[in-house]
Design a protein around this ligand. Structure first.
Ligand code: GLU
Length: 447
Protein backbone atom coordinates (compact mmCIF):
# COMPACT_ATOMS: atom_id res chain seq x y z
CA UNK A 1 0.00 0.00 0.00
CA UNK A 2 2.82 2.36 0.95
CA UNK A 3 4.46 1.56 -2.38
CA UNK A 4 1.29 2.35 -4.29
CA UNK A 5 1.14 5.75 -2.56
CA UNK A 6 4.76 6.43 -3.42
CA UNK A 7 4.12 5.64 -7.09
CA UNK A 8 1.02 7.85 -7.07
CA UNK A 9 3.10 10.75 -5.70
CA UNK A 10 5.61 10.28 -8.53
CA UNK A 11 2.76 10.37 -11.04
CA UNK A 12 1.32 13.57 -9.55
CA UNK A 13 4.74 15.14 -9.86
CA UNK A 14 4.97 14.13 -13.54
CA UNK A 15 1.59 15.79 -14.18
CA UNK A 16 2.75 18.97 -12.45
CA UNK A 17 6.07 19.14 -14.24
CA UNK A 18 4.60 18.45 -17.70
CA UNK A 19 1.43 20.55 -17.80
CA UNK A 20 -1.10 19.91 -20.54
CA UNK A 21 0.68 16.85 -21.97
CA UNK A 22 -2.31 14.56 -21.48
CA UNK A 23 -1.17 11.69 -23.70
CA UNK A 24 2.17 11.62 -21.88
CA UNK A 25 0.38 11.57 -18.51
CA UNK A 26 -1.79 8.69 -19.72
CA UNK A 27 1.19 6.61 -20.86
CA UNK A 28 3.08 7.24 -17.61
CA UNK A 29 0.06 6.40 -15.46
CA UNK A 30 -0.47 3.08 -17.17
CA UNK A 31 3.12 2.00 -16.51
CA UNK A 32 3.35 3.38 -12.96
CA UNK A 33 0.07 1.74 -11.95
CA UNK A 34 1.74 -1.64 -12.56
CA UNK A 35 4.99 -1.00 -10.67
CA UNK A 36 3.96 -1.20 -6.99
CA UNK A 37 4.86 -4.91 -6.61
CA UNK A 38 8.16 -4.38 -8.44
CA UNK A 39 9.31 -1.82 -5.87
CA UNK A 40 8.41 -4.21 -3.07
CA UNK A 41 10.62 -6.86 -4.65
CA UNK A 42 13.47 -4.48 -5.61
CA UNK A 43 13.76 -1.78 -2.91
CA UNK A 44 17.04 -0.54 -4.42
CA UNK A 45 15.08 0.81 -7.42
CA UNK A 46 13.22 3.10 -4.99
CA UNK A 47 16.45 4.20 -3.34
CA UNK A 48 18.02 5.07 -6.70
CA UNK A 49 14.85 6.91 -7.79
CA UNK A 50 14.73 4.86 -10.98
CA UNK A 51 11.04 5.63 -11.68
CA UNK A 52 11.51 9.37 -11.22
CA UNK A 53 14.51 9.27 -13.56
CA UNK A 54 12.77 7.14 -16.18
CA UNK A 55 9.92 9.69 -16.41
CA UNK A 56 12.33 12.51 -17.25
CA UNK A 57 13.68 12.39 -20.83
CA UNK A 58 17.48 12.43 -21.05
CA UNK A 59 17.33 15.14 -23.71
CA UNK A 60 14.61 16.98 -25.67
CA UNK A 61 15.19 18.99 -28.83
CA UNK A 62 12.62 21.30 -30.46
CA UNK A 63 13.49 23.09 -33.67
CA UNK A 64 12.15 25.26 -36.48
CA UNK A 65 11.56 23.63 -39.85
CA UNK A 66 11.16 26.26 -42.58
CA UNK A 67 10.40 25.13 -46.14
CA UNK A 68 8.90 26.42 -49.36
CA UNK A 69 5.71 25.02 -50.88
CA UNK A 70 5.07 24.56 -54.62
CA UNK A 71 3.61 28.07 -54.90
CA UNK A 72 6.81 29.55 -53.51
CA UNK A 73 5.20 30.38 -50.14
CA UNK A 74 7.27 30.06 -46.99
CA UNK A 75 5.94 27.49 -44.50
CA UNK A 76 7.08 26.92 -40.94
CA UNK A 77 6.63 23.74 -38.92
CA UNK A 78 7.95 22.58 -35.59
CA UNK A 79 10.32 19.60 -35.29
CA UNK A 80 10.90 17.40 -32.22
CA UNK A 81 13.26 14.69 -31.05
CA UNK A 82 12.90 13.38 -27.53
CA UNK A 83 15.82 11.13 -26.56
CA UNK A 84 14.16 9.45 -23.65
CA UNK A 85 16.38 6.68 -22.37
CA UNK A 86 19.69 5.17 -23.48
CA UNK A 87 20.20 2.57 -20.73
CA UNK A 88 19.88 -0.39 -23.09
CA UNK A 89 21.39 1.02 -26.26
CA UNK A 90 21.40 4.03 -28.57
CA UNK A 91 18.13 6.00 -28.71
CA UNK A 92 15.72 4.30 -31.11
CA UNK A 93 12.24 5.17 -32.28
CA UNK A 94 10.28 6.58 -35.15
CA UNK A 95 9.33 9.99 -36.49
CA UNK A 96 5.67 11.01 -36.77
CA UNK A 97 4.54 13.67 -39.26
CA UNK A 98 0.96 14.61 -38.43
CA UNK A 99 -0.81 17.91 -37.67
CA UNK A 100 -1.74 16.64 -34.18
CA UNK A 101 1.92 16.36 -33.15
CA UNK A 102 3.07 18.43 -30.16
CA UNK A 103 5.51 17.71 -27.36
CA UNK A 104 2.97 15.66 -25.33
CA UNK A 105 2.43 13.21 -28.21
CA UNK A 106 6.15 12.77 -28.85
CA UNK A 107 6.79 12.23 -25.14
CA UNK A 108 4.05 9.61 -24.79
CA UNK A 109 5.46 7.78 -27.79
CA UNK A 110 9.05 8.09 -26.57
CA UNK A 111 8.08 6.84 -23.12
CA UNK A 112 6.25 3.80 -24.55
CA UNK A 113 9.22 3.13 -26.79
CA UNK A 114 11.58 2.61 -23.80
CA UNK A 115 9.60 -0.40 -22.56
CA UNK A 116 8.70 -1.71 -26.00
CA UNK A 117 12.32 -1.71 -27.08
CA UNK A 118 13.31 -3.39 -23.83
CA UNK A 119 10.76 -6.18 -24.47
CA UNK A 120 12.30 -6.98 -27.86
CA UNK A 121 15.43 -8.18 -26.05
CA UNK A 122 17.56 -6.17 -28.48
CA UNK A 123 20.08 -3.46 -27.50
CA UNK A 124 18.04 -0.31 -28.20
CA UNK A 125 17.11 2.65 -26.02
CA UNK A 126 13.92 4.69 -26.41
CA UNK A 127 13.21 7.88 -28.39
CA UNK A 128 10.62 9.48 -30.64
CA UNK A 129 10.45 12.51 -32.88
CA UNK A 130 8.41 14.17 -35.54
CA UNK A 131 6.66 17.28 -36.65
CA UNK A 132 3.24 18.90 -36.95
CA UNK A 133 3.79 18.84 -40.74
CA UNK A 134 0.85 17.26 -42.60
CA UNK A 135 2.03 15.18 -45.57
CA UNK A 136 -1.59 14.73 -46.75
CA UNK A 137 -2.18 16.59 -50.01
CA UNK A 138 1.48 17.61 -50.39
CA UNK A 139 3.41 16.92 -53.59
CA UNK A 140 6.51 14.68 -53.57
CA UNK A 141 8.63 17.80 -54.03
CA UNK A 142 7.07 19.51 -51.03
CA UNK A 143 7.61 16.42 -48.89
CA UNK A 144 11.22 16.29 -50.08
CA UNK A 145 11.89 19.93 -49.26
CA UNK A 146 10.32 19.49 -45.85
CA UNK A 147 12.39 16.36 -45.11
CA UNK A 148 15.58 18.08 -46.21
CA UNK A 149 14.91 21.03 -43.94
CA UNK A 150 13.98 18.72 -41.04
CA UNK A 151 17.22 16.76 -41.42
CA UNK A 152 19.26 19.95 -41.66
CA UNK A 153 18.55 20.33 -37.93
CA UNK A 154 18.21 16.69 -36.90
CA UNK A 155 21.56 15.45 -38.25
CA UNK A 156 23.50 17.08 -35.39
CA UNK A 157 21.95 14.89 -32.73
CA UNK A 158 21.62 11.49 -34.46
CA UNK A 159 24.10 8.81 -35.56
CA UNK A 160 24.34 5.03 -35.85
CA UNK A 161 25.69 4.75 -32.27
CA UNK A 162 23.72 7.69 -30.85
CA UNK A 163 20.15 7.86 -32.09
CA UNK A 164 18.47 6.01 -34.96
CA UNK A 165 15.14 7.42 -36.17
CA UNK A 166 12.69 5.49 -38.36
CA UNK A 167 9.08 5.84 -39.54
CA UNK A 168 5.76 6.22 -37.76
CA UNK A 169 2.48 7.81 -38.89
CA UNK A 170 3.17 9.97 -41.98
CA UNK A 171 6.74 8.74 -42.36
CA UNK A 172 7.31 5.77 -44.68
CA UNK A 173 9.83 4.68 -47.28
CA UNK A 174 9.55 7.91 -49.31
CA UNK A 175 10.28 10.17 -46.34
CA UNK A 176 13.10 7.95 -44.99
CA UNK A 177 14.71 8.10 -48.44
CA UNK A 178 14.69 11.92 -48.52
CA UNK A 179 15.92 12.10 -44.92
CA UNK A 180 18.74 9.65 -45.62
CA UNK A 181 19.80 11.50 -48.76
CA UNK A 182 20.10 14.77 -46.86
CA UNK A 183 21.96 13.16 -43.93
CA UNK A 184 24.47 11.63 -46.35
CA UNK A 185 24.97 14.98 -48.03
CA UNK A 186 25.45 16.89 -44.78
CA UNK A 187 27.83 14.42 -43.16
CA UNK A 188 29.64 13.18 -46.27
CA UNK A 189 29.16 9.65 -44.93
CA UNK A 190 27.20 6.64 -46.13
CA UNK A 191 26.21 5.73 -42.60
CA UNK A 192 23.50 3.17 -43.32
CA UNK A 193 22.76 2.45 -39.65
CA UNK A 194 21.61 6.02 -38.89
CA UNK A 195 18.03 5.44 -40.08
CA UNK A 196 15.88 2.32 -40.39
CA UNK A 197 13.02 1.62 -42.73
CA UNK A 198 15.32 2.35 -45.68
CA UNK A 199 14.63 1.12 -49.20
CA UNK A 200 15.97 -2.34 -50.04
CA UNK A 201 18.37 -0.95 -52.65
CA UNK A 202 20.29 1.20 -50.16
CA UNK A 203 20.57 -0.81 -46.95
CA UNK A 204 16.98 -1.48 -45.89
CA UNK A 205 15.87 -4.80 -44.42
CA UNK A 206 13.49 -7.36 -45.82
CA UNK A 207 10.26 -7.55 -43.77
CA UNK A 208 10.70 -4.07 -42.20
CA UNK A 209 7.63 -2.76 -44.09
CA UNK A 210 5.56 -5.76 -43.04
CA UNK A 211 7.02 -6.12 -39.54
CA UNK A 212 4.59 -4.24 -37.30
CA UNK A 213 1.50 -5.85 -38.84
CA UNK A 214 3.03 -9.33 -39.04
CA UNK A 215 4.41 -9.00 -35.52
CA UNK A 216 1.09 -7.92 -34.04
CA UNK A 217 -0.63 -10.86 -35.73
CA UNK A 218 2.02 -13.25 -34.36
CA UNK A 219 1.44 -11.82 -30.88
CA UNK A 220 -2.33 -12.34 -31.10
CA UNK A 221 -1.71 -15.84 -32.44
CA UNK A 222 0.34 -16.60 -29.29
CA UNK A 223 -2.42 -15.23 -27.04
CA UNK A 224 -5.00 -17.36 -28.86
CA UNK A 225 -2.74 -20.43 -28.72
CA UNK A 226 -2.53 -19.97 -24.94
CA UNK A 227 -6.30 -20.63 -24.96
CA UNK A 228 -5.98 -23.55 -27.41
CA UNK A 229 -7.44 -21.34 -30.12
CA UNK A 230 -6.18 -19.74 -33.35
CA UNK A 231 -7.02 -17.37 -36.22
CA UNK A 232 -8.71 -20.04 -38.32
CA UNK A 233 -12.23 -18.92 -39.21
CA UNK A 234 -12.05 -15.77 -37.06
CA UNK A 235 -13.64 -12.52 -38.18
CA UNK A 236 -11.15 -9.73 -37.67
CA UNK A 237 -11.57 -5.96 -37.74
CA UNK A 238 -8.44 -3.89 -38.41
CA UNK A 239 -8.71 -0.12 -38.05
CA UNK A 240 -6.58 2.11 -40.26
CA UNK A 241 -5.23 1.37 -43.72
CA UNK A 242 -1.59 2.37 -43.40
CA UNK A 243 1.44 0.19 -43.22
CA UNK A 244 0.49 -1.58 -39.97
CA UNK A 245 -3.10 -2.31 -41.04
CA UNK A 246 -2.17 -3.55 -44.53
CA UNK A 247 0.32 -6.15 -43.32
CA UNK A 248 -1.91 -7.19 -40.44
CA UNK A 249 -4.50 -7.95 -43.11
CA UNK A 250 -1.98 -10.00 -45.09
CA UNK A 251 -0.80 -12.09 -42.13
CA UNK A 252 -4.30 -12.66 -40.70
CA UNK A 253 -5.38 -14.04 -44.08
CA UNK A 254 -2.28 -16.26 -44.24
CA UNK A 255 -3.18 -17.67 -40.82
CA UNK A 256 -6.75 -18.48 -41.86
CA UNK A 257 -8.63 -15.50 -40.41
CA UNK A 258 -10.76 -13.02 -42.37
CA UNK A 259 -10.42 -9.23 -42.13
CA UNK A 260 -13.91 -7.88 -42.77
CA UNK A 261 -13.44 -4.16 -42.07
CA UNK A 262 -10.78 -1.46 -42.38
CA UNK A 263 -10.88 2.32 -42.20
CA UNK A 264 -9.29 5.70 -42.77
CA UNK A 265 -10.07 9.11 -41.33
CA UNK A 266 -13.09 9.47 -43.67
CA UNK A 267 -14.87 6.24 -42.85
CA UNK A 268 -15.10 2.46 -42.79
CA UNK A 269 -15.25 -0.21 -45.46
CA UNK A 270 -16.93 -3.52 -44.71
CA UNK A 271 -16.21 -6.48 -46.98
CA UNK A 272 -17.73 -9.66 -45.59
CA UNK A 273 -15.84 -11.72 -48.20
CA UNK A 274 -12.55 -10.50 -46.72
CA UNK A 275 -10.70 -7.28 -47.63
CA UNK A 276 -8.57 -7.53 -50.75
CA UNK A 277 -4.98 -6.70 -49.96
CA UNK A 278 -3.94 -5.85 -53.52
CA UNK A 279 -6.68 -3.22 -53.83
CA UNK A 280 -5.86 -1.64 -50.45
CA UNK A 281 -2.13 -1.60 -51.22
CA UNK A 282 -2.66 -0.04 -54.62
CA UNK A 283 -5.04 2.61 -53.24
CA UNK A 284 -3.14 3.52 -50.08
CA UNK A 285 0.53 2.69 -50.67
CA UNK A 286 0.87 3.46 -54.36
CA UNK A 287 -1.80 6.00 -55.28
CA UNK A 288 -2.34 7.61 -51.82
CA UNK A 289 -6.13 7.64 -52.31
CA UNK A 290 -9.04 7.33 -49.86
CA UNK A 291 -10.36 3.96 -48.71
CA UNK A 292 -13.91 4.65 -49.93
CA UNK A 293 -12.60 4.05 -53.48
CA UNK A 294 -12.27 0.36 -52.49
CA UNK A 295 -15.98 -0.03 -53.28
CA UNK A 296 -15.38 1.01 -56.92
CA UNK A 297 -13.38 -2.22 -57.32
CA UNK A 298 -15.45 -4.47 -55.04
CA UNK A 299 -19.13 -3.68 -55.59
CA UNK A 300 -20.38 -5.98 -52.81
CA UNK A 301 -18.39 -4.04 -50.17
CA UNK A 302 -19.95 -1.09 -48.40
CA UNK A 303 -18.52 2.22 -47.27
CA UNK A 304 -19.83 3.88 -44.12
CA UNK A 305 -18.99 7.56 -44.22
CA UNK A 306 -17.83 8.74 -40.78
CA UNK A 307 -18.66 5.29 -39.38
CA UNK A 308 -17.25 3.78 -36.19
CA UNK A 309 -15.34 0.61 -37.10
CA UNK A 310 -15.84 -0.84 -33.59
CA UNK A 311 -19.58 -1.14 -34.32
CA UNK A 312 -18.70 -3.98 -36.73
CA UNK A 313 -19.07 -7.31 -34.82
CA UNK A 314 -15.87 -9.37 -34.81
CA UNK A 315 -13.95 -12.09 -32.95
CA UNK A 316 -10.65 -10.21 -32.95
CA UNK A 317 -10.05 -6.44 -32.99
CA UNK A 318 -6.71 -5.06 -34.13
CA UNK A 319 -6.63 -1.26 -33.70
CA UNK A 320 -3.89 -0.09 -36.06
CA UNK A 321 -4.65 3.58 -36.66
CA UNK A 322 -3.78 5.91 -33.78
CA UNK A 323 -3.93 6.67 -30.03
CA UNK A 324 -7.20 6.53 -28.07
CA UNK A 325 -9.26 5.21 -30.99
CA UNK A 326 -11.08 2.63 -28.79
CA UNK A 327 -13.02 4.31 -25.99
CA UNK A 328 -14.67 2.61 -23.01
CA UNK A 329 -17.96 2.66 -24.92
CA UNK A 330 -16.38 1.05 -27.98
CA UNK A 331 -14.78 -1.61 -25.79
CA UNK A 332 -18.16 -2.44 -24.22
CA UNK A 333 -19.70 -2.76 -27.67
CA UNK A 334 -16.87 -5.06 -28.80
CA UNK A 335 -17.26 -7.30 -25.73
CA UNK A 336 -21.04 -7.41 -26.18
CA UNK A 337 -20.58 -8.39 -29.83
CA UNK A 338 -18.40 -11.35 -28.83
CA UNK A 339 -14.86 -10.07 -29.33
CA UNK A 340 -12.40 -12.46 -27.64
CA UNK A 341 -9.02 -10.86 -28.40
CA UNK A 342 -7.52 -7.43 -29.04
CA UNK A 343 -4.04 -6.79 -30.46
CA UNK A 344 -2.87 -3.19 -30.45
CA UNK A 345 -1.01 -2.50 -33.71
CA UNK A 346 -1.01 1.24 -33.02
CA UNK A 347 0.54 2.96 -30.01
CA UNK A 348 -1.91 3.29 -27.07
CA UNK A 349 -5.04 2.94 -29.24
CA UNK A 350 -7.25 1.96 -26.29
CA UNK A 351 -8.21 4.51 -23.61
CA UNK A 352 -7.59 3.47 -19.97
CA UNK A 353 -11.28 2.76 -19.34
CA UNK A 354 -11.37 0.73 -22.56
CA UNK A 355 -8.45 -1.37 -21.31
CA UNK A 356 -10.32 -2.00 -18.05
CA UNK A 357 -13.42 -3.13 -19.95
CA UNK A 358 -11.36 -5.66 -21.92
CA UNK A 359 -9.47 -6.96 -18.90
CA UNK A 360 -12.53 -7.35 -16.72
CA UNK A 361 -14.49 -8.82 -19.65
CA UNK A 362 -11.96 -11.66 -19.99
CA UNK A 363 -10.79 -10.48 -23.42
CA UNK A 364 -7.22 -11.44 -24.36
CA UNK A 365 -5.56 -8.04 -24.56
CA UNK A 366 -2.17 -7.45 -26.20
CA UNK A 367 -1.02 -3.91 -25.32
CA UNK A 368 0.81 -1.94 -28.01
CA UNK A 369 4.16 -1.87 -26.32
CA UNK A 370 4.25 -5.66 -26.62
CA UNK A 371 1.99 -6.43 -29.58
CA UNK A 372 3.43 -3.82 -31.95
CA UNK A 373 7.09 -4.33 -30.96
CA UNK A 374 7.76 -6.22 -34.21
CA UNK A 375 8.34 -2.99 -36.14
CA UNK A 376 11.12 -1.66 -33.99
CA UNK A 377 12.52 -5.16 -33.49
CA UNK A 378 12.94 -5.50 -37.24
CA UNK A 379 14.53 -2.04 -37.25
CA UNK A 380 17.10 -3.46 -34.85
CA UNK A 381 17.59 -6.37 -37.26
CA UNK A 382 18.16 -3.78 -40.00
CA UNK A 383 20.82 -2.16 -37.79
CA UNK A 384 22.48 -5.57 -37.30
CA UNK A 385 22.62 -6.11 -41.05
CA UNK A 386 23.99 -2.61 -41.63
CA UNK A 387 26.70 -3.12 -39.00
CA UNK A 388 27.76 -6.39 -40.60
CA UNK A 389 27.26 -5.07 -44.15
CA UNK A 390 24.86 -7.95 -44.71
CA UNK A 391 21.49 -8.39 -46.38
CA UNK A 392 19.37 -11.27 -45.10
CA UNK A 393 16.60 -12.96 -47.07
CA UNK A 394 12.86 -12.49 -46.46
CA UNK A 395 12.23 -15.90 -44.89
CA UNK A 396 15.23 -15.68 -42.60
CA UNK A 397 14.25 -12.21 -41.36
CA UNK A 398 10.60 -13.16 -40.92
CA UNK A 399 11.63 -16.22 -38.88
CA UNK A 400 13.67 -13.97 -36.58
CA UNK A 401 10.73 -11.58 -36.20
CA UNK A 402 8.40 -14.48 -35.41
CA UNK A 403 10.76 -15.78 -32.72
CA UNK A 404 11.13 -12.29 -31.21
CA UNK A 405 7.33 -11.96 -30.95
CA UNK A 406 7.07 -15.38 -29.28
CA UNK A 407 9.70 -14.21 -26.78
CA UNK A 408 7.86 -10.92 -26.15
CA UNK A 409 4.68 -12.87 -25.43
CA UNK A 410 6.54 -15.26 -23.14
CA UNK A 411 8.14 -12.39 -21.21
CA UNK A 412 4.79 -10.65 -20.70
CA UNK A 413 3.05 -13.85 -19.72
CA UNK A 414 5.74 -14.90 -17.21
CA UNK A 415 6.00 -11.46 -15.59
CA UNK A 416 2.20 -11.33 -15.27
CA UNK A 417 2.26 -14.72 -13.49
CA UNK A 418 5.21 -13.82 -11.28
CA UNK A 419 3.69 -10.54 -10.09
CA UNK A 420 0.27 -11.95 -9.35
CA UNK A 421 -1.79 -10.97 -12.42
CA UNK A 422 -1.89 -14.06 -14.63
CA UNK A 423 -3.20 -13.36 -18.14
CA UNK A 424 -2.85 -9.60 -17.71
CA UNK A 425 -0.36 -8.70 -20.44
CA UNK A 426 -0.57 -4.99 -19.59
CA UNK A 427 0.95 -5.70 -16.19
CA UNK A 428 3.31 -8.25 -17.74
CA UNK A 429 4.60 -5.92 -20.48
CA UNK A 430 5.08 -2.96 -18.18
CA UNK A 431 6.88 -4.93 -15.50
CA UNK A 432 9.09 -7.01 -17.80
CA UNK A 433 9.97 -3.95 -19.90
CA UNK A 434 10.69 -1.85 -16.83
CA UNK A 435 12.86 -4.30 -14.86
CA UNK A 436 15.45 -4.67 -17.62
CA UNK A 437 15.81 -0.90 -18.09
CA UNK A 438 15.92 -0.35 -14.32
CA UNK A 439 18.70 -2.93 -13.92
CA UNK A 440 20.77 -1.26 -16.64
CA UNK A 441 20.18 2.18 -15.14
CA UNK A 442 21.27 0.93 -11.72
CA UNK A 443 24.41 -0.53 -13.23
CA UNK A 444 25.31 2.80 -14.84
CA UNK A 445 25.23 4.71 -11.55
CA UNK A 446 23.66 8.13 -11.17
CA UNK A 447 23.59 9.42 -14.75
N1 GLU B 1 7.30 3.81 -35.03
C1 GLU B 1 7.48 2.42 -34.75
C2 GLU B 1 7.09 2.14 -33.30
O1 GLU B 1 6.19 2.77 -32.80
C3 GLU B 1 8.84 1.89 -35.16
C4 GLU B 1 10.04 2.58 -34.60
C5 GLU B 1 11.36 2.13 -35.21
O2 GLU B 1 11.38 1.27 -36.07
O3 GLU B 1 12.37 2.64 -34.74
O4 GLU B 1 7.62 1.28 -32.64
Amino acid sequence: MVMVERVEAIYQDVVKRNPGEVEFHQAVKEVLDCLGPVLVKYPDFTEAKIIERICEPERQTIFRVPWQDDRGQVQINRGFRVQFNSALGPYKGGLRFHPSVYLGIIKFLGFEQIFKNSLTGLPIGGAKGGSDFDPKGKSDNEVMRFCQSFMTELWRIIGEHTDIPAGDIGVGGREIGYLFGQYKRLTNKFEAGVLTGKGLVYGGSQVRTEATGYGCTYFVEEMLKGKKNGFKGKKVVVSGSGNVAIYTLEKVHQLGGKVIAMSDSNGVIVDEKGCNIETIRQLKEVERRRIKDYCDYHRHAKFIHGGNIWDVPCDVAMPSATQNEITGKDAKKLVKNGCIAVGEGANMPTTPDGVQVFLSGGVLFGPGKAANAGGVATSALEMQQNAGREAWGFEETDAKLHQIMRNVYQLCSEAADEFGSPGNFVVGANIAGFIKVARAMSAHGLV
